[in-house]
Design a protein around this ligand. Structure first.
Ligand SMILES: O=P(O)(O)O[C@@H]1[C@@H](OP(=O)(O)O)[C@H](OP(=O)(O)O)[C@H](O)[C@H](OP(=O)(O)O)[C@H]1OP(=O)(O)O
Ligand SMILES: Nc1ncnc2c1ncn2[C@@H]1O[C@H](COP(=O)(O)OP(=O)(O)OP(=O)(O)O)[C@@H](O)[C@H]1O
Ligand SMILES: [Zn+2]
Length: 465
C-alpha cells in the first residue's frame, strides 16, 4: 500500500541527537496513532555516510541469522535491520515496534524542516537539521498514547505516559580498567558524567538520580530513582498526557523542577489520579515505580547492557584490531606493565575481537535507549484486559500499562575512539575534583565523594586549578 505523506498533517513531537520525531494530526486511519521518525544531519558534517563501512559490515554480518546486513544498501536500511534482528530478540518483541520504512520526498522533508524549526531547542537546531537528502523515514506507533487508542477512545479515556532514559545501570568490573580510573567501579557512569556536564555548564544542577537505583530491583530504590528523575528531569524523564508533553522538555534537557512546575504538574494530574490535592504527584510517581518494578523490563535491559564486559578500556584495543589500525591507546600508554595487560587483547583471533566490539556496541544502544510506559485507568476487575495491570492500593485505582523501548539505533563503529576519549574525560574530571577536595585545607569538602554536597564550589575550584 502506498502512503502519501503530507507535511501539513505532521507536528513536532520531539528529537534527540540524530532523529526528529513528528506526530500525525490528520484523519487517515492508517496513520492515526503513529509517529514519523526522520533523520537529521549534523551541520558540521560535510558528507553524510550512506552505507555501512567495510569494517562495520564485518562487525554485524554474524548477527541476525543469515547475512541480513549484506543487502543493506544504506545506513537507514541497516539500522532498521539492526532493530528487528539484533535488538528485538534481546529486549523482547512485545516491547519494541521497529516500525516500517516509508518513502519521503525532498519536498516533504523541506516543508517539515521549515515548519518545525522554531519549535526546536536552539542548540539542537544549531547542531543538526532535517536531512533532506534522506529517502525514507520510520513510521511507528506513538507510545505516548495507549495502543489502539483511536481519537474517540482517547477522548473517553485519558492516557498518561512516561518516558525514561535510564542510562547505564551497572558498575563495570573489568580488569582492563586502569587503577587511576577505579572510581568507575564504585560510582555509576551517569553520576560521574553529571560532574563533567556540570563542569562544562551543560547542566545547572547535579541530579540525585542514580541508574543503580532504577535497576536495583528494590521497590524502594526504584521509587527513589523516579522521584529523583522528577526533581531533575534533564533529558531523562518526560510525561505525556494523551500524547502531549506535560512535564519535561520537548527535544532536549529540561530545567530543574521548581514549585511552579511541580504545582502545574499536580494540576495536570487532576483527571488521572484520584487523590487529594498535593497527593497526586506522589501517587503518580509511585505508579511509575510500580510499573517499572512489576514489568521486569529493567532487568531485561540490564542483561543487554552487561554485554559490555570489557569496558571501553578493554574494548578499545579490540576495536583497533578490527579496523586494522595501530592501537593509539597502547601507543600513548607507554608503560610496560600496562602494555603486557593489553597484549592479551591484541593477541585474540579476529572473530573474538569482532565479538568484543559487537557486544560493546549493542550494549551502547541499550545504555542510550529510552523506555516509554503508557497507562490508562482499567475497569475494576477487568480480567479480560490483554495488558498488564498495576493496582495502586493507596488510591484504590488500577491502570493498564504497556512498556515499550524507543531509540534502538545502531551506534557507528568509528565512535569507539570517541567513547574512549569521553570515558577518560569523565573519570579524569572526577579525579581532578577529588584531588582538589582532598587537598590539605579543604577537609570540610572531603565528604563530597559520597554526598556531592558543595559540588559547585568544588568544581569551580577544579576549573581554576
Ligand atoms: O555518551 P552519552 O552517555 O553522553 O550519551 C549520548 C547522549 O547524551 P546524554 O544521554 O545526554 O549523556 C545523547 O543525548 P543528548 O543529545 O544529550 O540528548 C545522545 O543520545 C547520544 O547518542 P546519539 O548521538 O543519538 O547516537 C548519546 O551517545 P552514545 O554514548 O549513546 O553514543
Ligand atoms: N515511538 C515513539 N512514540 C512516542 N514518542 C516518541 C517515539 N519515538 C520517539 N519519540 C519522542 O521523540 C524523542 C526523540 O526520539 P529518539 O529518542 O528516537 O531520537 P534520537 O535522536 O534517536 O535520540 P538520542 O539522542 O537519544 O539518540 C523521544 O525522546 C520521544 O520523546
Ligand atoms: Zn592497545
Amino acid at each position: 500500500m502506498e502512503l502519501v505523506l503530507e507535511a501539513k498533517d505532521w507536528i513536532y513531537k520531539g528529537e534527540g541527537a540524530v532523529n526528529l520525531v513528528l506526530s500525525y494530526t490528520g484523519t487517515s486511519p492508517n496513520l492515526m496513532g503513529k509517529v514519523l521518525r526522520v533523520q537529521k544531519v549534523k551541520r558540521k558534517e560535510s558528507e553524510y555516510e550512506k552505507a555501512l563501512s567495510k569494517h562495520e559490515y564485518l562487525v554485524w554480518k554474524e548477527t541476525g541469522g543469515g547475512d541480513v546486513f549484506l543487502s543493506a544498501s544504506t545506513k537507514d536500511i541497516a539500522n532498521h535491520i539492526y532493530v528487528q534482528q539484533v535488538m528485538c530478540p534481546l529486549l523482547g518483541s512485545q516491547h519494541i515496534d521497529a516500525g516500517v520504512r516509508v518513502e519521503v520526498t525532498r519536498e516533504f522533508l523541506e516543508s517539515i524542516h521549515n515548519a518545525v524549526l522554531f519549535q526546536r531547542p536552539c542548540w539542537r537546531a544549531e547542531n543538526a537539521r532535517v536531512n533532506t537528502q534522506s529517502h525514507s523515514a520510520i513510521l511507528m506507533s506513538d507510545h505516548s498514547i495507549f495502543p489502539h487508542g483511536g481519537v474517540h477512545e482517547q477522548q473517553q479515556q485519558l492516557c498518561i505516559a512516561v518516558e525514561i532514559k535510564p542510562k547505564c545501570g551497572f558498575l563495570p568490573i573489568s580488569r582492563f580498567i586502569r587503577e587511576e580510573n577505579a572510581a568507575k567501579k564504585r560510582i555509576s557512569r551517569f553520576k560521574l558524567h553529571q560532574i563533567l556536564k556540570f563542569h562544562q555548564r551543560k547542566i545547572s544542577q547535579i541530579s540525585e538520580y542514580d541508574p543503580l537505583d532504577m535497576f536495583s530491583a528494590s521497590k524502594e530504590r526504584v521509587l527513589k530513582s523516579v522521584k529523583d528523575l522528577f526533581l531533575t528531569p534533564q533529558n531523562n524523564f518526560r510525561v505525556f498526557l494523551n500524547g502531549s508533553l506535560v512535564f519535561g522538555s520537548l527535544g532536549g534537557g529540561a530545567e530543574d523542577t521548581d514549585t511552579r512546575i511541580a504545582q502545574a504538574f499536580e494540576d495536570t494530574l487532576k483527571d488521572v489520579i484520584q487523590a487529594d490535592e498535593g497527593m497526586r504527584t506522589p501517587n503518580f510517581l509511585q505508579l511509575v515505580a510500580e510499573a517499572v518494578s512489576e514489568s521486569g523490563v529493567m532487568d531485561r535491559l540490564l542483561q543487554v547492557q552487561k554485554l559490555d564486559v570489557f569496558d571501553v578500556e578493554g574494548a578499545i584495543h579490540a576495536y583497533y584490531d578490527v579496523v586494522s589500525q595501530p592501537c593509539v591507546v597502547c601507543r600513548d600508554l607507554g608503560e610496560a606493565k600496562l602494555l603486557n595487560r593489553y597484549e592479551s587483547l591484541h593477541s585474540l583471533r579476529i572473530d573474538e575481537s569482532l565479538k568484543i566490539v559487537r557486544d560493546f556496541l549493542i550494549s551502547a544502544t541499550a545504555k542510550d535507549l529510552s523506555l516509554m510506559i503508557s497507562f490508562r485507568a482499567s475497569g475494576k476487575g477487568n480480567l479480560a484486559s490483554p495488558y498488564d495491570v498495576v493496582f495502586l492500593e493507596s488510591i484504590n485505582q488500577s491502570f493498564d500499562y504497556k512498556a515499550s523501548f524507543i531509540d534502538l539505533d545502531m551506534k557507528p563503529l568509528e565512535r569507539m575512539a570517541y567513547y574512549y576519549k569521553l570515558d577518560q574525560e569523565i573519570v579524569g574530571c572526577y579525579s581532578r575534583m577529588m584531588e582538589t577536595v582532598n587537598r590539605p585545607g579543604k577537609s570540610s569538602l572531603v565528604q563530597l565523594e559520597t554526598t556531592y554536597c558543595d559540588q559547585s564550589a568544588a568544581i569551580e575550584d577544579t576549573s581554576s586549578a
